[in-house]
Design a protein around this ligand. Structure first.
Ligand SMILES: *Cc1c(COP(=O)(O)O)cnc(C)c1O
Length: 454
């Protein structure tokens, strides 16, 4: 049992041997790390038994709560059968069954599942598939991608190139391949002083210009549908998503939906593309795909893309890509159990009134001092804080406002995470009405407490 280790040696080992992701390590090593020893339902527990609401679903992944017996049982059963083999030259039962179920659940045009183990790998795969799809048809000039400004698609080189977040990736700039960017209709950021309607029209005009003028060299457009998560929950309207899809069709450009964050119910529908009634050419899935319990990702493709890779052995049309743990049976068993729970518990229907409740709960937060914007799509929420809310003048970075707010919330038994000074709420889909109320209440109070002291 890990909980048997005494806290002081764990702290020393953490500080001596670990390197945490996205973590300023000097600051980390000056603080006491919070060790999560176990979890149950929507709660995490530290070694002392203190209970915390998991307000960001353990990095946007957990779906039905922790320790769900149906998922645990499925993993145990699979563990008794076989933990891992390989998908190179062999198949396995959970990967096959999950592929069938996933295609049944996915937008209608998607017909093939290519597994990997992280959102970033799902993106790398989509990027290579799109490039090679064109090349196999003699369109060898298609080596350019388009993406939204401040989109996030993961931290590997290809994913950073198509994504590119100034805050995270600036240091790697010289390593990244160039991409074309289009600005989303984010009224206060790019289209200041415009109405949402004008911003939408202008953003679509910009997209149309970029796609049309470069259509011969563009392989694909990458989009995080409806919500640019890691940018700080930047929302865009359904019309922008459907507009981009239409522009891709008109200009013969592949449309790639990165649903790593928004997929599996986060926006209130199984996949965000459903809100716009569109089916992408490629779709990247990760995070919640396994219920948020084991690493798994998938890239879904249309049959048309898949068929371009069919040929005689000597033609070398094979998609030369794979990872050791591709289609891992344990992760796929968890994914099947998670997808079955959506049906059994009517998760999406149950969420609908809770999404409306979240909207109501956030209404007074919008009016709070130093809250410059609140953005929501389903259970995905970003609360932006600013020194001067009306002018949207940010706090000096050194003040670490976002971090202070989440530490305050932690004292109240709620775990959330900031992205800069945007406070992110992204609770498990199994969150109850009472828990939502507490999550928003504690967040609002924590913001108030920090603002009073600064
Ligand atoms: C988290 C995320 C990724 C990367 O997923 P990892 O599993 O962390 O590699 C890619 N795209 C989006 C939209 C994400 O939110």
């Amino acid at each position: 049992m890990t909980s048997g280790h005494d806290p002081s040696s764990l702290k020393q080992w953490d500080h001596s041997f670990l390197w945490h992701p996205f973590t300023p390590m000097r600051e980390w090593m000056a603080e006491d790390p919070l060790f999560i020893a176990r979890a149950e339902g929507n709660y995490l527990f530290d070694q002392q038994g203190n209970r915390y609401f998991d307000g960001v679903s353990s990095l946007w992944a957990n779906v039905h709560g922790h320790g769900r017996p149906e998922i645990v049982e499925a993993i145990r059963n699979q563990l008794d059968a076989v933990a891992h083999t390989t998908m190179l030259g062999l198949s396995n039962i959970p990967a096959t069954v999950f592929a069938k179920k996933l295609i049944d659940a996915a937008p209608s045009g998607l017909r093939r599942v290519f597994y990997s183990d992280a959102g970033a790998t799902a993106v790398e795969i989509a990027l290579k598939m799109a490039f090679e799809y064109w090349a196999l048809q003699g369109e060898t000039k298609r080596d350019c991608y388009v993406s939204l400004t401040e989109s996030y698609h993961g931290d590997t080189i290809g994913a950073m190139s198509v994504g590119y977040s100034e805050g995270f990736h600036a240091r790697y700039r010289r390593l990244l391949f160039p991409c074309l960017r289009i600005a989303p209709p984010h009224a206060f950021r790019y289209y200041r002083r415009e109405s949402p309607g004008q911003a939408l029209a202008h953003a679509l005009e910009e997209a149309e210009r970029t796609l049309r003028e470069n259509r011969e060299r563009i392989a694909a457009l990458f989009v995080e549908p409806l919500m640019q998560g890691a940018a700080g929950m930047w929302a865009h309207p359904v019309e922008y998503l459907s507009g981009l899809h239409r522009l891709c069709r008109e200009n013969n450009i592949l449309f790639i939906a990165d649903e790593v964050a928004v997929g599996f119910g986060r926006t209130g529908r199984m996949f965000a593309c459903e809100h716009a009634g569109i089916s992408p050419d490629l779709m990247c899935l990760g995070k919640g795909i396994s219920g948020g319990v084991l690493p798994l990702a998938a890239t879904l493709a249309t049959e048309e893309i898949f068929e371009a890779f069919l040929g005689e052995y000597e033609e070398r049309k094979t998609f030369f890509h794979g990872h050791t743990y591709t289609g891992n049976p344990l992760a796929c068993a968890a994914a099947i159990a998670s997808l079955d729970l959506f049906a059994k518990e009517n998760t999406l229907a149950r969420m609908a009134p809770l999404i409306a409740q979240m909207e109501r709960l956030l209404q007074p937060v919008r009016e709070q001092d130093h809250v410059s914007d609140v953005r929501q799509w389903g259970f995905l929420v970003g609360i932006e804080l600013a020194e001067d809310a009306a002018a949207r003048k940010p706090f000096p970075a050194a003040k670490r406002i976002g971090k202070q707010v989440i530490l305050e919330a932690r004292k109240q038994g709620v775990i959330i995470r900031p992205l800069g000074d945007v406070i992110i709420l992204n609770p498990p889909l199994s969150t109850t009405a009472q828990e939502l109320e507490r999550l928003v209440h504690v967040t609002a109070e924590s913001i108030r407490a920090v603002m009073k002291s600064c």
